[in-house]
Design a protein around this ligand. Structure first.
Ligand code: NAD
Ligand code: UDP
Length: 313
């Protein structure tokens, strides 16, 4: 019997890679998406697989399905997208969590939450271990996402305590790769698209803020490993690549790898933009025997070649 797996947000960047990988393992996959930031093009190549189904649905509304596992990824992830309709973002995170948890609880099946490093806000502890409770401004423009995701974690752990549900929470750090939306405003897609078009790359602030970038294939491996653990493993577990770069270093790498003549220009730093971010992945190493293997340059090359293809279409 094939395992029937629900992937919410399955038409998005990470969700489409996850659906593809799960189908490749011989599972049956239901991709649920409202197509807010997802795109049918991301899953077009999966449509001919008889074990792949697409369901247009908003996860903020309840849903009844018969399935064996749930990966909950439905939520816009880029600051530009999640700040577009902040009330909706919180609803997606919080009501979406309640809906997948209720579904999982009725069926008594495992459910994985795609949480985020944004849980840590603008961190005062560096690198960030899972035990760090974070430094989030509840009132700022990022709060709809950060607090929505924090509340979703709370719900997951309360369903565990109250109903003994098999929950899995991963905290994803900045992940990049093919199928990122070219206009989603995230730094890697922005820089690559602008470099390929020969436009100026915009550095917000002085570019001294840091991020740690994980290539999508590594991340998806970790996510599936987490789902495959026994019910005693709940997380939260950080998944990300600890290689840390300033935004200025990233811009220069992208310019070099694309052999672009683009220049750097400086813009204001957005409010509450975290100054540094780097995962402590000790727990992922010891619990999941997982660590990323794709270095930034290699991942950037693959991502650049994806954007070259879609920009020439
Ligand atoms: P994405 O925007 O490409 O994908 C999100 C998907 O969810 C899209 O297909 C979108 O249409 C769908 N969606 C949004 N609201 C929905 C709703 N109400 N109902 C149904 N579908 C809805 O983003 P992504 O980078 O693939 O992120 C996927 C998940 O991983 C998100 O939950 C995000 O918070 C989390 N995450 C991603 C990163 C990253 O760096 N990519 C980092 C941390 C956490
Ligand atoms: N950033 C930038 N130029 C851009 C896009 C982003 O300098 O065109 C910066 C942004 O201010 C942040 C970092 O790059 O410090 C990462 O931004 P992103 O939106 O990708 O993700 P975040 O980690 O902030 O959610």
């Amino acid at each position: 019997m094939r395992t029937k797996i629900l992937v919410t947000g399955g038409a998005g960047f990470l969700g489409s890679h996850l659906c593809e990988k799960l189908l490749g393992f011989g599972h049956e996959v239901i991709c649920l998406d409202n197509f807010f930031t997802g795109d049918k093009k991301n899953i077009l190549h999966l449509m001919s697989d008889p074990y792949f189904e697409v369901l247009r649905h908003d996860i903020a509304s309840p849903i009844e399905l018969e399935i064996d596992q749930i990966y909950n990824l439905a939520c816009p992830a880029s600051p530009v997208h999640y700040q577009f309709d902040p009330v909706k973002t919180t609803k997606t995170s919080v009501l979406g969590a309640i809906n997948v948890l209720d579904l999982a609880n009725r069926l008594k099946i495992p459910v994985l939450q795609a949480s985020t490093s944004e849980i840590y806000g603008d961190p005062e502890v560096h690198p960030q271990p899972e035990s760090y409770c974070g430094n989030v401004n509840t009132l700022g423009p990022r709060a709809c996402y950060d607090e929505g995701k924090r509340c979703a974690e709370t719900l997951f752990f309360d369903y565990k305590r109250q109903y003994d549900l098999d929950i899995k929470v991963i905290r994803i750090f900045n992940t990049y790769g093919p199928r990122m939306h070219p206009n989603d405003g995230r730094v890697i897609s922005n820089f690559i698209v602008k470099a390929l078009k020969g436009e100026d790359l915009e550095i917000y602030g002085e570019g001294s803020q840091t991020r740690s970038f994980c290539y999508v294939d590594d991340l998806i491996d970790g996510m599936i490993k987490m789902m495959e653990t026994g019910s005693h493993i709940t997380g939260p577990i950080n998944l990300g690549n600890p290689g840390e770069f300033t935004i200025l270093q990233l811009a220069n790498r992208v310019i070099e790898l694309t052999e672009s003549r683009s220049k750097l220009i400086y813009k204001d730093l957005p409010q509450d933009d975290p100054l540094k971010r780097k995962p402590d992945i000790s727990l992922a190493k010891s619990t999941l025997f997982w660590q990323p293997s794709i270095e930034l340059d290699e991942g950037l090359r693959k991502t650049i070649s994806y954007f070259e293809t879609i920009l020439s279409d």
